[in-house]
Design a protein around this ligand. Structure first.
Ligand code: ARG
Ligand code: GLU
Length: 698
């Protein structure tokens, strides 16, 4: 059976690849896509999208914080991103007396906007292909010297690129180091919270609706970028003024229809389109199942506990959301990879590539070499997953990690990081999780990766459960009080059983796993470099029409597609737009995640929609066929005229294999309609004054 699929896939693969497009395009090369974009309804020129001589849309897109995107929407530095992107900032400003998470927050004037130390907004000044400069002088050198010369060249380029400016620069490879780009950014460090809806809008649907369609989450939040009087980045100061961006997005109030062109401009973090078949096999058949199972164990315990006690719900809300987000994504990814038969297709492709490669010195061994390296890395990669998802998932271990290296005399106070930790810590949940995940580790990881002393402690105690019981009984890390008491008594923390457990695992991991992973990964990287180059040659020769876009690497990219529904299963069609009526239908005062603000109910019963009314209601979310990934949260969604029609915040979970293989028939990103954002801002939250800063286009 497998053989037959393989043969069929072999015959079909060029067509499979050429129809399965997708793409995250490099803005400075967008000229190559303009014709195709026009044919799909865009009237944008390459210069509108990316230009280093005059303002272009790239100047209105920012890297928000560590991992999200934001878009500028006013001449006064107003920026739009997702509620889930600003969530941790909002949490830091919240307390029992002002619970901005629960109630939302709206600055009534600029003095009330909330500063966030450490939060940055980065604007791309320019990007440039520097491959030749980086490879200069490497010809004929051995591997070590080549690496050294390249590093020197990179340093030189970074230095030259920012000379005489206060910009920052970084060099990143694309196509597995077949090409290099330098990216130059202007980094603003005074970014303040302007407005956020209550979580009952911004997180509406909670984990139940996360990654799902039909969707009704109002996942938006406003920030403002501040600058010094010279409009240049400046550290936080009361005297800073709103940054005047080179470009900001006008807002389309006309709305969208199925089939309309959409473009997403943002910072996707990581995709692996050119991954070798064995790499996909590792993800689908080993890594994902292991990680999903371990997270299921944690979620089950948290969910059981939170049902019994509302305080636990609050304490574990953020943790649960974090655990559940990737957990659901991996399940969708596995489902998608199965359905698309990605591994078989890749194997068939590799087989045929290998035939073609015989007689070509550069490529003839690459397939078998890759296979060998993946065989060698397999166990280590799996141990990494178990280490991260089992051992480091035990919160008691996390506490030791947060505390840093303990010795009897390192400190006389509880470290600040731990105070925050204990605020939201329930050892009775942790102990149940620890028993399950440690047992799972012991049962699945080869013996050599179980630290000898841990193994001994467990058998001395009479099994994992008894061992964990005694660990929690005897470690001072179970509570802040115990820790303080220990500090006062001059307790030798090196002897704490949790510190011992942590150190044993960490040492094992560093000595037995990390070096190997680094070596094999470096080998795989350099083989992939050859393989990707080979694929480009091979596909060109076979005229497959495959689109070779570089994998996402957390740099600015353009994705485009259209507003479109899809069929999730036989006989079902999902329409691509949801409305306020769906929110009202899901509204349930008994269910925390679906209990909307009374004000939203009132506005709905009065049908007080004002200028945002559309066909008797308010549009909320929409599906589109853009190829996006993690990091695209908060990305502006534009129409064919470059006007803002929405804010990207999710994909459907069945789309998430698009990080490895995109399927245009079901891969959909989820955007929040700009009209819902403006409606909530004005009619539900009474912050219509913000809209006066924006430029609305009919
Ligand atoms: N699924 C969206 C994105 O990765 C939204 C995440 C918000 N977090 C959550 N747990 N609901 O990542
Ligand atoms: N919510 C994701 C983010 O935080 C975007 C969803 C996706 O993975 O496409 O970037």
């Amino acid at each position: 059976m497998k053989k037959i699929t393989l043969i069929i896939a072999c015959i079909l693969f060029p067509y499979i690849y050429s129809s399965a497009q997708g793409g995250m395009w490099v803005p400075s090369m967008i000229g190559e896509r303009i014709k195709d974009m026009k044919s799909k309804g865009s009237s944008l020129s390459a210069d509108d999208i990316y230009n280093t001589k005059k303002p272009s849309y790239k100047d209105a897109v920012v890297i928000f914080g560590g991992g999200c995107t934001g878009g500028m929407i006013s001449p006064d530095g107003l920026m739009l991103t997702n509620h889930h992107c600003g969530f941790s900032q909002l949490q830091k400003h919240s307390s029992v007396t002002h619970d901005y998470l629960k109630d939302g927050f709206w600055a009534k004037n600029r003095d009330e906007e909330l500063p966030n130390p450490g939060l940055e907004a980065k604007f791309l000044i320019r990007m440039e292909d520097v491959t030749d400069k980086i490879l200069a002088g490497t010809n004929g050198q051995n591997a070590t010297d080549t690496e050294r010369i390249k590093q020197d060249n990179i340093e030189k380029i970074i230095k030259e690129s920012v000379e005489g400016t206060d910009y920052m620069a970084e060099v990143k490879p694309i196509y597995y180091s077949n090409q290099y780009y330098v990216y130059i950014y202007e980094v603003f460090k005074d970014v303040r919270i302007v407005g956020a809806p209550p979580s009952s809008i911004g997180k509406f649907g909670g984990e139940t609706d996360n990654w799902m369609w039909p969707r009704h989450t109002g996942d938006f939040m406003y920030f403002r970028v501040y600058a010094g009087k010279d409009n240049k980045p400046a550290p936080y100061s009361k005297d800073n003024v709103p940054y005047r961006p080179k470009k900001y997005f006008n807002i389309a109030t006309k709305g969208i229809n199925e089939g309309d062109f959409t473009m997403i401009y943002g910072y996707p973090a990581r995709t692996q389109q050119y991954l070798f078949s064995e790499g996909v096999d590792d993800i689908l058949n080993y890594s994902n199942p292991a990680k999903i199972k371990l997270r299921t164990m944690r979620l089950e315990e948290i969910q059981k506990a939170r049902k019994s006690d509302p305080a636990i719900r609050i304490a574990y809300a953020y943790k649960e959301a974090n655990i559940a987000n990737a957990w659901k994504k991996w399940q969708g990814e596995s489902l998608g990879l199965h359905r698309l038969n990605t591994i078989d297709k890749k194997r068939a492709y590799e087989m045929s590539f290998n035939e073609w490669a015989q007689g070509k010195a550069e490529y003839k061994d690459v397939i078998s070499d890759l296979k060998n390296q993946y065989d060698l890395i397999h166990d280590y990669a799996l141990v990494r997953d178990y280490y991260n998802e089992a051992i480091r998932a035990i919160e008691l271990i996390k506490a030791v990690e947060l505390a840093g290296k303990w010795s009897s005399n390192t400190t006389d106070t509880v470290p600040a990081a731990l105070t925050g930790f204990y605020k939201d810590y329930y050892p009775e949940i942790d102990i149940r999780i620890a028993k399950k995940v440690l047992a799972e580790y012991m049962n699945n990881v080869p013996k050599e990766f179980i630290p000898v002393e841990v193994n001994k402690n467990i058998s001395d105690a009479g099994g994992v459960n008894k061992y964990i019981d005694s660990l929690f009984e005897n470690s001072l890390f179970v509570s802040e009080e115990n820790l303080k008491a220990g500090i006062n008594k001059g307790y030798n923390f090196i002897e704490d059983p949790a510190v011992k457990l942590y150190s044993a695992f960490r040492d094992m991991y560093r000595n037995k796993v990390l070096n190997y992973l680094e070596t094999y990964n470096a080998n795989i990287e350099s083989l992939q470099k050859v393989f990707v180059r080979g694929q480009q040659e091979y596909d060109a020769e076979k005229k497959t029409n495959r689109a070779f876009f570089p994998d996402a690497n957390h740099t600015l990219r353009v994705a485009y597609g259209s507003v479109s529904g899809y069929s999730p299963e036989d006989g079902v069609w999902y329409v691509p737009v949801t409305t306020l009526e769906g929110i009202i239908a899901k509204d349930n005062p008994e269910d925390y995640d679906f209990n909307i603000p009374q004000k939203l109910r009132d506005v709905h019963s009065a049908a007080d929609y004002g200028r945002w009314e559309t066909n008797g209601t308010i549009p909320v979310c929409f599906l589109a066929s853009n190829h996006t990934s993690g990091g695209n949260s908060g990305s502006p969604v534009l129409n064919g005229k470059g006007e803002l029609i929405g804010l990207n915040f999710d994909r459907t979970w069945t789309s998430t294999m698009s990080d490895i293989e995109f399927d245009p028939s079901i891969c959909r990103n989820i955007g929040l309609d700009i009209r819902y954002i403006l409606f909530v801002t004005e009619k539900v939250c009474g912050a219509g004054y913000l809209i006066n800063e924006m430029t609305l286009k009919k």
